[in-house]
Design a protein around this ligand. Structure first.
Ligand code: ELE
Length: 211
């Protein structure tokens, strides 16, 4: 189920870019996942922002076992259990609370908890976490902020997400404390609505080369 990704650190190594996906139609998820795989991206983060999200995760977990499927936008404790039951292999949270972290731990799944400040990073490090999501990356200070965090807290590694583009991704990926970036550009809403899977495959092929 997790295709070998059993820790947060494993998640950072799956792909240079983790596609962050919003699906309005659960039927889009399987062809989308297959297009990402054809382009060389073997991970997908399906955000729990729409009513179709959990069914989409179930569809991909059942029909595309070659891809590592995770649930994003985990903002409440119950989201963690719902996502695990749907077949998610990992969880991603935009920010963190103790209740959300406890619920994520209870699933036994690897997860990337969100942090945006040095103090939030330190609080997560106190819980023994060493692989975090840095969100909202661009708005929270971008590359320079992450570079600064690496000085006093060099053992924590990040998946920065939020406002990152194919043009800015390389500057993040060049940092020693960055394992991958998250980005919604790999699954443009208009491409999903049009069923333009060739465009998704092309975007994935370009992203897979960023690492
Ligand atoms: O919903 C979540 O789980 C989040 O944490 C937020 C998303 O990861 C970012 O909104 C993606 O940012 P963009 O790539 O700029 O679209």
């Amino acid at each position: 189920m997790t295709n070998g990704a059993t820790t947060g650190a494993d998640l950072l190594a799956l792909s240079p870019v983790i596609p962050v996906v919003v699906v309005d139609d659960a039927d889009h998820a399987v062809p989308l996942a297959r297009a990402l795989l054809r382009g060389g991206v073997r991970v997908i983060e399906l955000t729990l922002r729409t009513p179709a999200a959990l069914a989409a995760i179930e569809n991909v977990a059942r029909e595309v076992p070659e891809i590592v499927i995770g649930a994003g936008t985990v903002t409440a404790p119950e989201h963690a259990e719902q996502a695990a039951k749907a077949g998610a292999a990992f969880l991603v949270t935009p920010g963190t609370t103790d209740r959300v972290l406890d619920a994520a731990d209870a699933t036994g799944l690897p997860y990337l908890p969100g942090a945006a400040t040095v103090s939030e990073v330190m609080r997560l490090a106190e819980r023994g976490l060493t692989a975090l999501k840095f969100f909202p990356a661009e708005a929270a200070g971008g590359v320079d902020y992450l570079k600064s965090i690496g000085g006093p807290i060099p053992h924590i590694r990040f998946c920065p997400t939020g406002g990152i583009t194919p043009q800015t991704a390389p500057s993040y990926l060049a940092l020693p404390n960055v394992g991958c970036v998250g980005g919604s550009w790999l699954a443009p809403k208009d491409a999903l609505q049009a069923g333009d899977w060739n465009r998704v495959e092309t975007l994935a092929r370009e992203a897979a080369r960023l690492g």
